[in-house]
Write a protein that binds this ligand. Sequence first.
Ligand SMILES: NC(=O)c1ccc[n+]([C@@H]2O[C@H](COP(=O)([O-])OP(=O)(O)OC[C@H]3O[C@@H](n4cnc5c(N)ncnc54)[C@H](OP(=O)(O)O)[C@@H]3O)[C@@H](O)[C@H]2O)c1
Length: 257
Amino acid sequence: MQRRVVVTGASSGIGAATVRRFAELGWETVAVARRLDRLEALAAETGARAIACDVTDEAQVAGLAAEVADSGGATGLVNNAGGAWGTESVEHASNADWRRMFEVNVIGLRSVTAALLPVLREGARQSGWASILNLTSTAGHDAYPGGGGYNAAKYAAHAVTQVLRLELGGEPIRVMELAPGLVHTEEFTLNRLRGDAEAAQKPYADVIPLQAEDVARVLVGAFEQPPHVNQDLIVLRPVAQTSVFHTHRGELAARDD
Ligand SMILES: NC(=O)c1ccc[n+]([C@@H]2O[C@H](COP(=O)([O-])OP(=O)(O)OC[C@H]3O[C@@H](n4cnc5c(N)ncnc54)[C@H](OP(=O)(O)O)[C@@H]3O)[C@@H](O)[C@H]2O)c1
């Protein structure tokens, strides 16, 4: 069976870069998100199959799994669809934002994984192996003020990844997690800050952040490892960011001895 991978959240940022990188290395790709026009442009560029699907809608997720199975199956899944809404404190946040973050980052991830597992098992029967990688965040490992709902959702996605790895023990299916730090993508911070374009540039000012392509290169690298090798958890940060609380602004320079 040809190596074929489903990537959710492929209409922008890390997901789109991931589809491009897989395609460059000869993988067949299935690009999934809600905005079909963007997926179709990516498909024209990379040869991906574009499937419109809201990962929080169970009927659409069932349709996604059926279309993936009918169009060639899958040996890989990247659960990348996600996002953050708001930076309010626990005290002042809205439950609507929290629900939205849980719906896409946690329940959507579970739902897509559950629907595609039979397809991935079939892929593993035919090709020997299958792989799942969940895009969490360093926000899923370190809490910070204002992180509230996003921290909670990504910590949960981290936990789900660990549970899934344990539950699939004994099957030739590896379960991996990639937790990036600061990545400069077009829409992530804009969505988090409710469309405030000026404020959305501030985290990236005077610093060299990761680009979507950096994340994609490492992510696809994990799929390119020999299939018995499972990179349980990959934490990826720009050199300028030594923790969620420490980001060096300005030039990086070697210190005098
Ligand atoms: N940027 C960062 O600094 C950073 C750092 C660590 C982790 N991450 C994580 O990495 C992933 C990608 O982030 P990004 O920076 O590339 O963000 P992005 O550019 O905002 O991309 C998010 C993607 O998710 C899709 N999506 C959102 N809700 C969806 C839904 N209900 N159903 C299907 N697709 C949905 C969006 O497409 P549609 O709107 O077309 O559906 C979009 O393609 C996210 O899980 C994010 O939490 C980002």
